[in-house]
Design a protein. Sequence first.
Lengths: 314, 290
Amino acid sequence: MGRTLLRHWPLLFLAFAAVVPTVALSNYQLFQLTMVAVYAVAILGLNIVTGFNGQISLGHGAFYAVGAYVTAIMMDKWGVPYWATLPVSALICACTGFLVGLPALRLGGLYLALTTFALAVATPQLLKYKLFEGWTGGVQGIVIDKPDPPFGLPINADQWLYLFSLAVAAVMFLLAANLVRGRIGRAMMAVRDQPTAAEAMGIDLAMFKTRTFAVSAMLTGIAGSLGAIAIQFVAPDSFAVFLSITLFVGLVVGGVASIGGTIFGAFFIEFVPNLAEQVSKAAPGAVYGIILIAFLFLMPGGLAGALRKLLRLA
Amino acid sequence: MDGLLHQVFSGLATGGIYASVALALVMIYQATHHVNFAQGEMAMFSTYIALTLIQAGVPYWWAFAITLVVSFAIGAVIQRVLMTPMANAPVLASVGIFIGLLLMFNSCAGWFFGYTLKPFPSPFGEGKPMLAGYLSRHELGSTAVTLAVLLSVWAFFRFTRLGLAMRAAAYNPASSRLVGVNVDRMLALGWGLAAAIGAIAGMMVAHVVFLEPNMMSGVLLYAFAGALLGGITSPMGAVIGGFVVGVLENLGGAYVVGAELKLSLALVIIVAVLVIKPSGLFGRTIVSRV
């Protein structure tokens, strides 16, 4: 009995996460948890490529931005319902990821980190570009409406938004976990750990890495869509390079190449900056910097790695 | 035509700054195969140190010299304390540390000195434009300083024993150790030099773009583009690449994409180099033994 329960811990966790906060928490706290779910999916995307495939991306904020803008534009300009924007956003982000990854991943090494870093720095400028202004709203951004709960459910909009985001996140986690556990996941890790051997086994390195990058961009893009719906607003300056760095910090703190650790990372980047900001406007950056370096030195496995070690000791 | 020449000249002036930062990046890349994402923020922080000294009444060139010494020390200490233990760690760890440093320098600068734009004095005076009106006094002066720096770095590596030892340590650490070169000390020295070169670039550019904690993010991006364009394995190439990127940026900003998209131009250059000639104009093609 106990063992069956343990095996199904993700399901139990999900049921707990769906019911308890919806009943017990205020709307603002629910919004924060919604953002945790959003960030968890975003970091999950980054984890697929950086954690499992070993290719460092410093620009996943750009894909988050693309997802957010696709959803906002479709909802605002064409009146598409929020849920229907997710598949479109997934497709567009996957294609964008493929195109960005293609030139950089041919070469391996640090070229992806360099290119994605440049992409992250240039993103706000691209979003403000005049030619797109008719769609993107330029510097002003786009305001979108908060979706109402469907089927006359007896809950308010914030509760529905939380449940919706949680459900999407759960599906993404399931897909990612299966992807990583299967044949493709083994190939990803082979490419990360032993590229030469992987190539000898018949894996086309450049193409494989680029496809992985596309999947990872897709996940982060879906997170961007969810984030736009939750915040009901997109603007270029919320997608500056700091967002990409934040996701990277969440990845390292949560645990590189750990699906579950992603959730720790998401909690970290949602709540720690708020706490730090009470000290000073500059504090979140300083705290991130110190914690990033401290984790790399003391806990390279992140919180998930530390927890695993603790459980093994116990 | 006159306008074009003007753009080219001021492009060369900013290009000199990109060239310096690109050189600093390539120096560290050659020695350790790390790309220092914090190079720009370190330079920005050094510039704040210089401004603090100047405001305290230290004459400009004294402040300049003290800043160089302090920056050198900061760079060497970072190498000793943070990078040496991580020498054999996976790439993710070193990139993570650079990003951590970037965040720390950026927010410490904001914390200590504030986020408002600050004017930075120029040692060359405001004065009339020179060279038939193509360059301002500051542009001319900063280009001269940059060229002097690049030339002395070249001479240092080419003609001194220490420079030779540093090149050897970067090229083949194991053999250099066997002939008695202290490789760790050479690496620290390289980091210090790179930090000092970055500091000069920061002090020269601050008069143009004004000093604030995010001053260098654009410069760093252009320096990346310059280093890649010239070939990240070639210091000389990085310098030339920096100048070329400066000119391209100015011309592109003035005639093609407009000022709002200038940063994206760096991205375009980076992607174009990776697609067309990944080894850059002057770099070695890297062949790995399988």
